[in-house]
Each structure stands twice: as structure tokens, then as C-alpha cells.
Write a protein that binds this ligand. Structure first.
Ligand SMILES: [Zn+2]
Length: 253
């Protein structure tokens, strides 16, 4: 049977048109059973439990526990179109059994996640359910709100509204800072807190996060661009950028 594939212009999803209609109305358990059979891992079909959970976001996870395949899906996805649920099932089951994921599935899944109304929903759920964890702006040397205000005047004409700002609880060496739009919060890693850290480094990381306020991320199709062209252009304006990057490299070495 030839499978006709059509792009529905209203949602841009690849939708198999003459797929048996039963597939579109299968229960979550039937879906995971079918995906398991398709991927044929070298193990007997486990019992399957699919639960929708009130997660603070769109994350889902899967694990084997006592011979049972337990799938926990963010309730945000409960109303997702069946091709999206199918894509997620292929992603999760492939990962669980270390099978390569066919690119069509992550692509389809991201397409959906990147739709404006879905992003809005994710944003709202994060905002209302998640808590931003940080230890406040006072560090051992640098007070992050004071630093923000200073950089705001020097580089942004004082035009940025100050978000919540704090030092991270965990000392991360890989995530030096981030801006979370759902909580409107900038968090800097504790690894940057201390008298041994050159001020230039802290300034640079804060400046980078402040640019996220000025240049919001962009979404096109299945792609999400956090550091846009404009963002990168603006980042180059940071005075003494090479010195800051070199000091940062030394600090993390
Ligand atoms: Zn960034």
C-alpha cells in the first residue's frame, strides 16, 4: 500500500492521509504497543503504563520498572494531535532501547512544540507550576542586582526592566548563566561567585543574559534560535570581549 503524505497547511504537520483510521483513535497503550512492535527491541513486550502528569513544562520520560514500561507524559500533551503523540512515542521508546531515532519524529515533535499557541501554553504552565530556584542576588563579592543596574546604564541606556536575579544553588561549570523567560529571571552559576573570579567575567556573563532580554528567541518551523544574528552582533559590542573570554577559559580550566 502506498502511503500518501500530505502537508496540512493549517499546522504544517506531515499527516499520513490514508493511514487506517483505527491508528488515529488508538489508546495510548495501543500506541506504545504498536511502536514497541515496530522497533522490535530484543526483549518481550513488557506491560505498558502510560500516565499523563502535571509536569512544569512539556517534558516526558520513560523507564523500565519491574518488567513494566512506564511512560510519563506532560499533561500539556494530552490534547496533542495523534501524529505528535506517535512521534513522541517513537522518540521515547527508541531512547529506552537505544535504537536510533528516525529524524522525522523529532522533527514532527518540534514542529508542534514550536507552534505559537503551544509555546504560549508551555510558558503558562511553567509560570504557574514551576518555581525558580536561586539564592538571591547577594554573592560573596558581587551583588547581581547592582551589577545589572550598572550594566543597564552603561550598555542599554537604562532601558531594560530588571527581572528577578540570583545566584544558582548548584555550582554548574557548563551552564554559567541563563535567562528564563517563563519566570523572567536571570540566574548566574555559583562557579562565578568568589574573590578569585575576575569581575570582567561576571560582567560578561551578566551582559550576555541581559542581551536575552533585549533579543528574544525566534522560532521558525521546527527550529528555535536563541542566539539570533542580532544577538551575536550585539554581543560583539562588549568592551574587552577577548579578555573576558580568555579569563573565563582560565577560570574553567
Ligand atoms: Zn545565551
Amino acid at each position: 500500500m502506498q502511503r500518501q503524505v500530505e502537508t496540512d497547511p493549517s499546522n504544517g504537520l506531515l499527516f499520513p492521509v490514508n493511514v487506517e483510521s483505527s491508528l488515529l483513535f488508538e489508546t495510548p497503550n495501543q500506541l506504545y504497543e504498536r511502536v514497541f512492535r515496530t522497533l522490535r527491541p530484543r526483549t518481550a513486550m513488557p506491560a505498558i503504563r502510560v500516565e499523563y502528569r502535571r509536569f512544569a513544562g512539556a517534558n516526558s520520560n520513560i523507564r523500565l520498572s519491574g518488567g513494566e514500561m512506564v511512560v510519563r507524559i506532560a499533561d500539556l500533551l494530552e490534547g496533542a494531535p495523534s501524529p505528535v503523540a506517535e512521534a513522541l512515542a517513537f522518540i521515547l521508546v527508541s531512547k529506552l532501547f537505544r535504537r536510533p531515532v528516525e529524524p522525522v519524529y523529532p522533527h514532527r515533535y518540534r514542529m508542534w512544540l514550536n507552534r505559537a499557541e503551544v509555546r504560549r501554553q508551555v510558558h503558562l504552565v511553567r509560570q504557574s507550576r514551576g518555581r525558580k530556584q536561586h539564592d538571591g542576588p547577594q554573592g560573596t563579592v558581587v551583588h547581581l542586582e547592582e551589577l545589572f543596574d550598572e550594566l543597564n546604564v552603561t550598555h542599554f541606556d537604562g532601558l531594560l526592566a530588571r527581572p528577578a536575579i540570583g545566584w544558582s544553588r548548584r555550582v554548574s561549570r557548563t551552564r554559567l548563566g541563563h535567562y528564563d523567560p517563563s519566570h523572567n529571571a536571570i540566574v548566574l552559576s555559583r562557579v562565578l561567585d568568589g574573590p578569585h573570579v575576575p569581575r570582567l567575567v561576571v560582567e560578561y556573563v551578566m551582559f550576555h543574559e541581559m542581551l536575552h532580554l533585549r533579543h528574544p528567541e525566534q522560532h521558525r518551523g521546527s527550529r528555535r534560535c536563541v542566539h539570533t544574528k542580532e544577538f551575536k552582533q550585539a554581543e560583539k559590542q562588549f568592551p574587552n570581549l577577548p579578555a573576558a573570554l580568555a579569563a573565563l577559559k582560565r577560570l574553567l580550566a
